[in-house]
Design a binder for this molecule. Structure first.
Ligand code: AMP
Ligand code: ZN
Ligand code: FE
Ligand code: FE
Length: 286
């Protein structure tokens, strides 16, 4: 029992399972460690940690923060967060408010397009946590307006979709800073979303991020091709960046992804966690 998953979502953001259920599924899947990395919130962590204690799964308190950098959006994962201080939560509350402001605007755009879904419907789908686009996608699917979740994004919700609305994002430096202030380990999520194909451009970007305080790169990921994975692995090793990996499990909101079960599942092993812990110890002395 050496397997892990370092990228998962619960009902605290846009996953379909409660935090404790995600941990139970990890136990069933035979995982030794699991990081809960909900979007822009630490709200699910206490429940997940308690479930982990009970079930004998090591739960790593994490988060996935949406940021902007060099005209791009970029997701930064934070691991081993001290989330009890309240400071991190206070900063993340800015993002929560940004979601609250944005969701009704997306619904209004859909309504103007002749699709009568309501905020109440979407909130019911979200299961009580933060509402995000995947929940709106589910509402579109349940109403019969699209044939699957992907089509909901492709037509309406993706970044230049018909009902897209911008949302406030912290600059990269702020996200790295708030993770570091909480004694966490900041890692670049799913680098393929940077759309940097060439090794040279990617190397420059990794170096730039490292200079801003980034500690690692998510090399192993559901949507990475073998070529992308090999390139990220090579660059991470060359630059001395930590290597992590995870599935980006969302339950029913991303039904093709199951826990701990990516193409390179054999690489999702506990030594990645050991690396995170060692970095943290060296950086913060604990
Ligand atoms: P939000 O946080 O509300 O902006 O929603 C972000 C989530 O929507 C991401 O974590 C993805 O799961 C999903 N998502 C964003 N863009 C797409 C896309 N083009 N296709 C499918 N899912 C997407
Ligand atoms: Zn998500
Ligand atoms: Fe992400
Ligand atoms: Fe994610």
């Amino acid at each position: 029992m050496n397997r892990i998953d370092l990228h998962t979502h619960s009902t605290a953001s846009d996953g379909s399972f409660r935090p404790a259920e995600v941990v139970r599924l990890a136990k069933e899947a035979g995982l030794k460690a699991l990081a809960l990395t909900d979007h822009d919130t630490t709200d699910g962590l206490a429940e997940a940690l308690a479930a982990g204690e009970k079930l004998g799964v090591e739960v790593i308190p994490g988060v996935e923060i949406s940021t902007r950098h060099a005209g791009d959006t970029m997701h930064i994962l934070g691991y081993f967060l001290d989330f009890h201080s309240g400071k991190l939560e206070e900063r993340l509350s800015v993002l929560k408010q940004a979601r609250k402001d944005r969701n009704p605007k997306i619904i209004a755009k859909l309504n103007a397009l002749g699709i009568p879904i309501t905020m109440e419907q979407v909130e019911a789908i979200s299961g009580g946590g933060q509402v995000g686009r995947p929940h709106i996608a589910r509402a579109l699917l349940e109403g019969g307006y699209v044939r699957d979740l992907q089509q909901a994004f492709d037509i309406y919700l993706k970044n230049d979709g018909k009902a897209y609305v911008q949302k406030f994002r912290f600059p990269l430096q702020d996200a790295l800073g708030m993770i570091r202030d909480a004694q966490g380990v900041p890692v670049l999520a799913h680098p393929f979303t940077l759309n940097l194909g060439s090794a040279g451009a990617l190397r420059e970007r990794f170096l730039d991020l490292q200079a801003h305080g980034l500690a690692g790169v998510e090399v192993f990921y559901s949507d990475h091709t073998p070529e992308q994975e090999a390139l990220y692995l090579k660059l991470a090793k060359e630059l001395g960046l930590l290597i992590t990996g995870g599935s980006d499990f969302h339950g029913a909101n991303k039904p093709e992804v199951t826990l701990g079960n990516i193409r390179s599942r054999d690489r999702l092993t506990y030594d990645l966690v050991v690396g995170l812990k060692a970095w943290r110890k060296q950086e913060y002395g604990q």
